[in-house]
Design a protein around this ligand. Structure first.
Ligand code: XAN
Ligand code: ZN
Length: 452
């Protein structure tokens, strides 16, 4: 028996699309990090009789447990975690200058960077975030510490060295040539790690902090190394005014990035709260994804993002926690806030806006994987995909969900009840095991069979 060969037997849930859940009582076999077989319980019994699973570690899930894909956080700022829950009483541009830039400026200190980033990565994994797209800071050495923490803790991630060349009060910016050189060196260093879980992502902060020469240079690097690119767009009304004043030859905010050739299939933009129809169509046509960050949009009073409208326009959307504009680093929280924001839009008269629990489950898993163009590898359970998964123990004794007895009639209904309870009420205590590419990175329940 080896941990490299695993079979899980019990309830297995993942999304097929925004409107279709896959719920089955059966088994999933994992060989060296990849899903190799999926089937029903009776198929499992048959294969077991034939000895197919003799060399596998078998995890029999009791009736209150289920397996689901790992969460994907499409947008967070690892460097901002020390500020989580602080200073959220200012609008975006003032908040950045007063709280965020001074904090991020400390990551030139490599030791400080290493100590914070290790805690950030661990805390995300414990909360079920198996994949994250990170902004770090403008520092090459500090950002490499984040890539190292990701590798050491076996998370899947995009890691971005932030690019900014416009002066600010904190003195937190780079000169253009230096920034482009360091970004290229950062990309090369991360590619040299040859670790298939971690990739560099080019990260121009936004059009308030970057001029067109820097953004065009970064776009060239993105083409040269075929790497992803992430930024912020149209988050706050004052930010939009500032950008339009700075780039008077551009029709709208989206046009600023389009003219700098930032917008393509490898690009993911956070927020997009106030896009016009024309801008939405441009993002859809260019294949740009949106990272929806409801916590930070509410805390910084930026606005209510019309996610349904974007989905209906063909834009791919994933979820982001956007710490520290967001006050919670977990995707479970982002799912709930996505439901709340979309419900508020509906209550305000935008009919059809509300997103259901099963739709936010999709956005948190397969939707996020699509937004990061990783859906060929992760996001759902299919033979050939890599096994990033969470084993959920819904009625964990020390957890937040109290068992009142069965409220279901069929096994299918039971599975859907367990999933809803976890989405609405669960927390990290319900996340018993976390797997990234088949490797167990969290284990608070050694012997699952004890729960039977
Ligand atoms: O929520 C945000 N957090 C940030 O750090 C940031 N930078 C630009 N725009 C931003 N928005
Ligand atoms: Zn952000």
């Amino acid at each position: 028996m080896t941990e490299n060969k695993l079979v899980f037997v019990g309830i297995i849930i993942s999304s097929k699309s925004l409107s279709e859940l896959s719920v089955h009582n059966g088994y999933i076999a994992v060989d060296y990090g990849k899903i190799t077989k999926l089937g029903t319980e009776s198929e499992y019994e048959q294969l077991k009789k034939e000895g197919v699973f003799d060399s596998y570690k078998v995890v029999k899930m009791s009736s209150d447990l289920f397996l689901m894909p790992g969460f994907v956080d499409c947008h967070t700022h690892a460097a901002q975690f020390p500020n989580i829950g602080l200073g959220l009483d200012l609008p975006l541009l003032e908040w950045l200058n007063k709280y965020t830039f001074p904090l991020e400026n400390q990551y030139g200190d490599i030791k400080y960077a290493a100590s914070i980033y290790n805690k950030v990565v661990r805390s995300l994994l414990i909360n079920g975030t198996t994949t994250a797209s990170y902004f770090a800071s403008i520092h090459l050495g500090g950002t490499l510490q984040l890539a190292q923490s990701v590798i050491n803790n076996h998370q899947r991630a995009f890691v971005g060295k932030v690019s900014m060349n416009i002066e600010n009060d904190a003195g937190y910016y780079n000169e253009t040539k230096k920034d482009l050189e360091e970004t290229e060196n950062f990309i090369k260093a991360v590619l040299d790690y040859k670790n298939d879980l971690v990739q560099p992502i080019i990260s121009p902060r936004f059009a308030v902090s970057c001029d067109s020469a820097l953004m065009a240079g970064l776009s060239e690097l993105s083409d040269k190394y075929e790497c992803r690119i992430q930024s912020h767009i149209s988050e706050n009304v004052d930010e939009i005014k500032h950008v339009l004043n700075t780039f008077p030859c551009c029709k709208h905010y989206t046009d600023v990035y389009d003219q700098c050739r930032i917008l393509n299939q490898r690009c993911i933009m956070a927020h997009a709260v106030h896009l016009s129809m024309e801008e939405t169509a441009t993002l859809a046509n260019r294949g740009v994804s949106i990272a929806h960050c409801p916590a930070s949009n509410t805390r910084l009073m930026s606005g209510l993002c019309p996610v349904r409208k974007y989905l209906e326009s063909g834009v791919v959307v994933g979820l982001g926690t956007d710490v520290a504009g967001g006050d919670n680093a977990t995707i479970l929280d982002a799912m709930r806030r996505t439901m709340d924001v979309s419900a508020h839009l509906e209550l305000m008269g935008q009919s059809g806006s509300a997103l259901s629990w099963s739709e936010v489950f999709y956005l948190a898993t397969l939707g996020g994987a699509k937004a990061l163009k990783l859906d060929h590898k992760i996001g759902s359970f299919e033979v050939g995909k890599e096994f990033d998964a969470l084993l959920i123990n819904v009625y964990e004794t020390n957890g937040p969900i109290v068992k009142f007895g069965p409220t279901y009639n069929t096994p299918q209904e039971r599975a859907l009840h367990l999933l809803q309870k976890f989405i609405y009420v669960g927390d990290d205590r319900n996340i018993a095991h976390v797997y990234v590419k088949g490797h167990k990175v969290k284990d608070v329940l050694e012997d699952i069979s004890l729960l039977n």
